[in-house]
Write a new protein. Structure first.
Lengths: 99, 647
């Protein structure tokens, strides 16, 4: 199977993730979109690792996973905290900085 | 600093005292101003002591100076290096020579008398201490002016007397016209100061130094053009300070100040500083005949101008002010004649300092007895109630007339005679200036006799005070009459003392140089007789009009010339039309231009920035998703750019 398929899949996943992050109002859904984009990136990194025949991409993918795990923790904590104070998980309601 | 003062060319010991001449009155002024109300009780006596101490130092200097031969009498006392900038190296130093010492003695002697007089004259003024502080400041500045050894230090004193004059004219500045008069004097003086500054610039560029010794040494080597330019600029300065045509309009208004101020500053000393400047710069003027001719012309115009104005003024102080302008015109005319006139200019200055100060103090005494009234049409017959004032003013009156053997005769007649000496071989000048001086003497006699007769002779025309009570003219207290008597003695005898045996001209010779020889176009005895006859005729004419005949209490309409003279020959109108109105227009258009162009550019930039900010602010919606969309879009654009550029 050609490596191109993997790349196409990664692009499709990334686009779905980006669209989710941009379009959905729910912070949880936007968050899932971000995760999807990260995983698409990971898939692309691994693919290129295979293409070039070295491990650099795979190592980078591990880094991304670690950072993503940390990010999930922090991000969910923020979302819960916002929900507790404002009783809403919609990203459009979080506009205090504007005023 | 004062203790380290050392004579740099120690011709004679004792000159090192010179800085104290200025220091003591300055210190006294500082104490009086800083101590404030605490010194109200004793401040005026400290104010009297300061010029007295300077007078003492002046007398010591005189005694020491007389003990050395004439050609080594000039001594310079340095306080150390003052300015060290580029090519300019200047010491702050004092120059004591016969000319400066003459002024020191005049200023301190007359100054002390007027300070004593002021103790009584200002007795009921709540701000008497402040008055004395300013008077001391004036004495200090005037002494600095006359003892400075360079034009720049002279300029410090020059500005100092201008400041003191401003403060004292506007001493009663709660009265709006008085404050305006002070401002007018200040501004008119500034015009003259520009002349002095330009003259100093020219001197620096042509000579490279500003001290009198270097300038005097370099003057004969300079080009005629430069000398004339410097001379004219110095003349401009002198015109501003000495109220000479065309900068004379401030002097009449300056009479708003208390009368002792008018006596000391605007008659005896400060206004003569211009004559001092011209005589001090005699090396330049001697070498610049064109500039000297202009000095003579200015003097001649001023002497007629002042005399004509004096004939029409009903305010006793303004008549005296016009007379001051006229008499300084005589001095200027004499100074413009060159070596034949320098010493006579200073001699007339000294005698004028005495008799004019005496006349002003007499006017102050009359005002004191007449509830501060100054209109001579409301006086009359005061000689019977104010005997001392009557006789002291009579001494001053006869002196200014030039009667034998009063002071004025010995100082004014030599000027008239010198004016009849042809300059540069041009006989027309001798006739023009000589006749102007002669006619001026006759007019002087008329207006001074008018003043004297209107005030002291004739019928009593006074009725009630301002508050409606009856006038009771009374003699002033002894503190006022004693200085008047001393000045009257000077008015009687000083001229003869200075003139007999050429005592004064010989005394000034080290400074002014030898008196050039020259024969008048008319014989001397004829000139003396002619001037005496004219003076007596004019006085008799005034006697008939203002003592024998009835003087109307309300001024008659008068001839066109009288009407013009009452308005100072329209000099204020001319000044307004030529300077004030165009100046105001220029200022207004500049303000408009400043608002439209400069402010417009500045606030335009500011407004554009604000508008741009408002526009950009709209992008910040506060929606996280729109930020994310922008970011994504930006990344895509970046990627496209990289791809396009990379391929």
């Amino acid at each position: 199977m050609s490596l191109t398929n993997y790349l196409v899949l990664a692009v499709i996943l990334f686009s779905i993730g980006a669209t989710t992050a941009l379009v959905r109002r729910s912070a949880i859904m936007a968050f899932m979109g971000v995760e999807l984009m990260l995983n698409a990136t990971n898939l692309m990194l691994v693919t290129f690792s295979r293409l070039h025949g070295n491990l650099t991409g795979q190592v980078l993918a591990f880094f991304v996973m670690v950072v993503a795990a940390a990010e999930v923790v922090v991000g969910l904590a923020i979302i819960i905290s916002i929900f507790r104070t404002r009783h809403s998980a919609s990203v459009d309601d979080v506009n205090l900085l504007k005023s | 600093m004062l203790i380290t003062a050392i004579p740099t060319d120690a011709a004679w010991s004792g000159a090192a005292l010179a800085p104290w001449l200025v220091g003591i009155p300055l210190l006294s002024a500082a104490i009086l101003l800083l101590a404030g109300r605490h010194s109200d009780r004793w401040g005026h006596w400290l104010g009297v002591l300061a010029p007295l101490a300077s007078l003492g130092i002046g007398v010591v200097l005189l005694v020491r100076m007389l003990s050395v031969p004439g050609d080594s009498r000039a001594a310079t006392v340095s306080l150390g290096r003052w300015i060290d900038a580029g090519a300019l190296h200047l010491d702050a130093s004092f120059r004591i020579d016969p000319l400066s010492l003459t002024f020191v003695l005049l200023v301190t002697f007359v100054g002390t008398l007027i300070h004593v007089y002021s103790v009584a004259y200002m007795e009921h003024d709540a701000d008497r201490r402040r008055f004395f502080a300013y008077m001391n400041l004036f004495v200090a500045a005037m002494l600095l002016l006359v003892t400075a050894s360079s034009y720049l230090l002279l300029f410090v004193g020059w500005e100092g007397v201008g400041l003191a004059s401003y403060l004292l004219i506007g001493f009663w500045n709660h009265n709006m016209p008085y404050a305006v008069a002070a401002k007018k004097a200040f501004v008119a003086n500034r015009v003259g100061d520009v002349g002095l500054i330009v003259a100093m610039g020219l001197l620096f560029s042509h000579v490279g130094a500003l001290d009198f010794a270097s300038v005097d040494a370099a003057a004969p080597r300079l080009s005629p053009g430069a000398l004339t330019a410097i001379g004219l600029m110095l003349l401009l300065a002198a015109c501003g300070k000495s109220a000479q045509f065309p900068l004379q309009s401030w002097l009449g208004d300056a009479m708003a100040g208390p009368t002792p101020v008018s006596a000391l500053i605007h008659a005896a000393t400060m206004v003569t500083a211009g004559v001092y400047l011209v005589v001090r710069s005699n090396a330049i003027f001697t070498a610049a005949p064109d500039a000297r001719l202009v000095v003579t012309i200015v003097g001649a115009i001023s002497l007629l101008f002042g005399a004509i104005v004096g004939c029409a003024k009903d305010d006793i102080k303004k008549a005296l002010a016009a007379s001051t302008m006229s008499q300084i015109g005589y001095m200027m005319l004499a100074a413009g004649l060159g070596p034949v006139g320098y010493a006579f200019a200073i001699m007339h200055l000294v005698t004028h300092g005495f008799f004019k100060a005496g006349l002003f103090l007499g006017a102050g005494s009359v005002m004191h007895g007449m509830d501060d009234q100054t209109d001579m049409r409301g006086f009359g017959g005061l000689g019977r109630t104010m005997k001392v004032t009557y006789f002291t003013v009579m001494a001053g009156w006869l002196a200014i007339l030039g009667m034998v053997p009063f002071s004025g005769f010995f100082s004014k007649d030599p000027i008239i005679e010198a004016a009849f000496i042809p300059q540069d071989g041009q006989t027309w000048r001798a006739w023009v200036f000589g006749l102007v001086a002669l006619i001026g003497a006759a007019i002087t006699s008329f207006y001074m006799s008018r003043l004297f007769f209107m005030t002291f002779e004739g019928k009593r025309r006074w009725t009630t005070k301002r508050d409606g009570e009856h006038q009771h003219p009374h003699e002033a207290p002894a503190l006022m009459t004693v200085p008047m008597i001393v000045l009257a003695v000077g008015s009687v005898g000083l001229g003869a003392f200075l003139a007999i045996g050429d005592r004064f001209t010989g005394w000034l010779e080290p400074v002014t140089g030898a008196r050039g020889e020259g024969d008048a176009v008319l014989p001397g005895w004829l000139l003396v007789t002619a001037s005496l006859v004219l003076v007596i005729l004019a006085a008799v004419f005034a006697w008939r009009r203002y003592a024998v005949a009835e003087v109307p209490v309300t001024p008659p309409v008068g001839t066109l010339l009288t009407q013009a003279a009452r308005k100072d020959l329209y000099q204020d109108v001319v000044n307004d039309a030529v300077l004030v109105v165009p100046g105001r227009m220029l200022a207004r258009s500049l303000v408009f231009g400043d608002r439209a162009v400069v402010d417009g550019a500045v606030s335009g930039v500011a407004k554009t920035t604000v508008a741009l900010g408002d526009l950009v602010r709209k992008v910040q919606t506060g929606h996280v998703r729109s930020y994310a969309a922008t970011m994504t879009l930006g990344l895509v654009v970046l990627a496209v750019v990289v791809l396009v550029l990379g391929s």
